[in-house]
Design a protein around this ligand. Structure first.
Ligand code: DON
Length: 316
């Protein structure tokens, strides 16, 4: 869509038939490959054969197909929103605690933390998001602040799934290890238990594709609130930087492959959700619970590939 003609075609594009088409192509593949995250017991019970897709344009048009209205555990997609809050509070001083480099390792890996003195590589791996949660706790009631942000973005109530949060608290051994390790290097200011309580709750937010496509809307609008007339969520500079981090770090050790085959900033979660941004155009959310070996939704990625192939929308 690089020509003047293409631009016009896109501006008038009716996305609903396109999402219906993608849904029709994905549904026969449901349940064939991938596995639902099993290391969090409450997630292991989610039926794998589900798929949803929703988008919202910068102009506020929406389209959805499949199980787009079904709420799911947003897991690491929440890291987008906590990062947004921390950047708002701390500006560039945030980067004194957290890096901006892809890790090239699984999202819950411990290996780099030791050689890098407890400084997480980026805010989207678990260690980085735990460090962000610590920064938010130092500012006040982080859970209430996050819920208020999500409700403002979605324009409707959003809740934590208490069962998922409890399930993570009971079994999140790696996250305890990461947090204790960072604490030992003096990289967390708050009590480890309190930091992880925030982290487990943010991961346990329950939202649908429709809600997440709306909520991420500020990322395709240079930080402006997805609803006209409301105060900006973040600055243009911060919105651009969050997009850059999504592209380089948003899908962990699959980020290179995702940039290569999809070419959009994406943030995934082990609940099977993926948010993707087409800057200045739209935000998209896909969801299907069965994951690949890197912890990204298998059919979610396939749906994003189809979307990019059918629309020509990519940042490259
Ligand atoms: O801490 C965990 O392991 C999960 N609550 C979140 C991990 C996650 O979603 C990583 N994404 N692919």
């Amino acid at each position: 869509m690089h020509t003047a003609h293409g631009e016009t075609a896109l501006a008038t594009m009716n996305f609903q038939p396109l999402l219906d088409e993608i849904n029709d192509e994905i549904r026969p593949l449901l349940g064939q490959r991938g596995t639902v995250a099993s290391y969090i017991p409450a997630l292991a019970r989610v039926p794998a054969a589900q798929f949803g897709i929703a988008l919202r344009t910068c102009q506020g048009e929406e389209a959805q197909a499949g199980d787009a209205a079904t709420p799911f555990s947003i897991q690491s997609v929440s890291k987008l929103f906590t990062l947004t809050l921390a950047m708002r509070h701390m500006g560039d001083t945030l980067w004194e605690r957290i890096g901006r480099e892809p890790s090239g390792n699984p999202f819950n890996s411990l290996v780099q933390l030791e050689s890098e003195h407890g400084q997480p590589r980026n805010p989207f791996i678990n260690a980085g998001a735990i460090a962000v949660a610590d920064r938010l706790l130092s500012r006040g009631d982080a859970k209430a602040e996050l819920l208020a942000l999500m409700e403002s973005l979605c324009g409707e109530p959003v809740a934590f799934d208490a069962e998922v949060a409890a399930s993570e608290a009971a079994t999140g051994y790696r996250n305890y290890a990461l947090a204790n390790f960072m604490k030992s290097f003096g990289k967390l200011d708050n009590d480890v238990q309190a930091v992880l309580d925030m982290y487990f709750h943010q991961c346990a937010l329950r939202m649908s594709c429709v809600q997440l496509a709306r909520a991420a809307g500020f990322l395709c609008r240079d930080g402006a609130h997805p609803r006209r007339g409301e105060a900006a969520i973040t600055t243009e500079r911060h919105a651009r930087r969050i997009n850059a981090l999504m592209l380089t770090c948003g899908t962990y050790d699959a980020a290179g492959d995702v940039a290569f085959s999809i070419g959009l900033p994406c943030k995934s979660g082990v609940g099977g959700g993926i948010v993707a941004v087409v800057p200045d155009r739209l935000t998209l959310c896909v969801w299907s619970p069965a994951l690949d070996a890197t912890g990204n939704s298998l059919l979610g990625m396939k749906a994003l590939e189809l979307f990019v192939a059918k629309t020509g929308l990519s940042i490259f």
